[in-house]
Write a protein that binds this ligand. Structure first.
Ligand SMILES: *Cc1c(COP(=O)(O)O)cnc(C)c1O
Ligand SMILES: [Zn+2]
Length: 403
């Protein structure tokens, strides 16, 4: 049975370390904590070829995931999503090697399932019985589903404007769901008061250390699926930023294990022009972002006005010579339609934003024509049925179609 080489938690800001087996939230200095592994032992224990015989889920990377005992794994078969070559729309945009990693087929329909599967499994392992979190919808849905399976009580607060289907996902699992007339930052304040008063675990983005371990598996999979030759550019729709921080962490860990070489993909944080705090910080060469007032975009999953891990997102971008770029909602909608029509991929607006961004960066010459480029589609378009507006002809039974 494979084992986890998790050793401790470490603060990326001040360096303080924590016992991983105790229930822990943020560092005393306020920074998120990151899980650390004995990568040297992991390297000796695990061969690349061992992976070939393992199940096609994110649990294939057990050695560098935090769950220690199999019996604590709460799984619905998440992970190992396909990488789809975009052979029609890629060349049309001047991108001859464009790929889509499609998270739309994962349980709950978004990559949030990765964070929830690993976060909830580890919460179960350290003995957490109840947790609360703010969400823009998809994370709440995923955590509701996995906590239901784990038998952990779950309290969710989400904006009224969040996609309606995500409410139903929370409700059907029996989670305690509250709507707030405000943004995710307002939901976060409500959760903050609740956890302080009732000593419930705060599962807010990056206030618990393990969802990032689930999300990092996107990076591990990309490396494995490209046969350990990493692509040149990875574009990621960035809200809280856990995914991009996770992908970077994964690639660094693979480097430490000697599984990939020196080369790092240039990581691109994609945001919407209606909420682009990371892009603004990157343009000003800052190390952290400033709260974005009046945030609004159809790409709801990336409507995060101020991310707790903003400095880690920016680090990932700077250290890989990446960039941050914003695209407008109309560009997102157009990219969504173009991608579906050209490739048969019905992606979410967040995923479509990455296509729009890739196209812009190609135009600017920032991406070369033959570079290997991966765009992350973080969820299925089916979760946002209302973003697609169509007018249809209605026939009487005796009328014919026009061809
Ligand atoms: C949450 C979410 C994002 C942003 O994820 P982070 O890793 O927190 O930046 C992107 N797309 C979708 C569909 C989401 O639900
Ligand atoms: Zn610290």
């Amino acid at each position: 049975m494979p084992i986890s080489y998790l050793t401790h938690l470490k603060c990326p800001k001040c360096g303080k370390t924590y016992d991983a087996d105790k229930v822990t939230q943020l560092c005393l200095c306020g920074s998120p904590l990151l899980a650390q592994y004995d990568l040297e032992s992991a390297r000796k224990a695990l061969k690349k070829s061992d992976l070939a015989n393992r199940e096609p889920s994110l649990w294939r990377y057990r050695e560098i995931l935090p769950v220690k005992d199999d019996k604590n794994i709460v799984s619905l078969g998440e992970g190992m999503t396909p990488i789809i070559p975009l052979k029609t729309i890629g060349p049309k945009l001047g991108l001859n090697n464009l790929y889509l990693k499609d998270e739309g087929i994962i349980p709950t329909g978004t990559f949030k399932a990765r964070g929830a599967a690993v976060g909830v499994s580890r919460a179960k392992e350290v003995g957490i019985k109840a947790l609360a979190m703010p969400t823009n919808g998809n994370a709440g849905a995923a955590w509701s589903i996995y906590t239901a399976r784990a038998g952990i009580k779950c309290i969710i607060v989400m904006p009224e404007d969040a996609p309606e289907i995500t409410r139903n996902e929370c409700a059907i699992t029996g989670a305690d769901l509250y709507l707030v007339n405000g943004l995710i930052s307002d939901a976060g304040k409500i959760v903050g008061r609740a956890v302080a008063k009732h000593s419930i675990f705060d599962a807010s983005t990056l206030k618990e250390p393990y969802r990032i371990e689930g999300k990092k598996t996107m990076g591990l999979e990309i490396a494995e699926q490209f046969n350990w030759e990493v692509p040149d550019v990875i574009l990621y729709p960035t809200g809280g930023g856990v995914g991009i921080i996770g992908i970077y962490k994964a690639l660094k860990e693979l480097q430490s294990m000697g599984w990939i070489g020196e080369k790092m993909p240039r990581l691109v944080a994609v945001q919407a022009t209606g909420c682009a705090p990371i892009v603004k910080a990157w343009e000003e060469k800052k190390e952290a972002s400033v709260f974005w007032e009046n945030a609004k975009t159809i790409a709801f999953g990336i409507t995060v006005p101020k991310a707790l891990g903003d400095f880690l997102v920016l680090q990932a971008v700077y250290e890989t010579n990446g960039c941050a770029i914003a695209v407008a909602d109309d560009e997102i909608l157009k990219a969504q339609v173009d991608l579906a029509a050209a490739e048969g991929a019905f992606v979410c607006p967040e995923g479509a934003a990455c296509l729009a961004a890739a196209s812009k960066l190609r135009e600017q010459g920032w991406i070369g024509a033959d570079e290997k480029v991966v765009i992350l589609n973080t969820g299925t378009g089916l979760k946002y049925p209302d973003t697609v507006q169509v007018e249809l002809p209605v026939l009487k039974p005796e009328e014919d179609v026009k061809i």
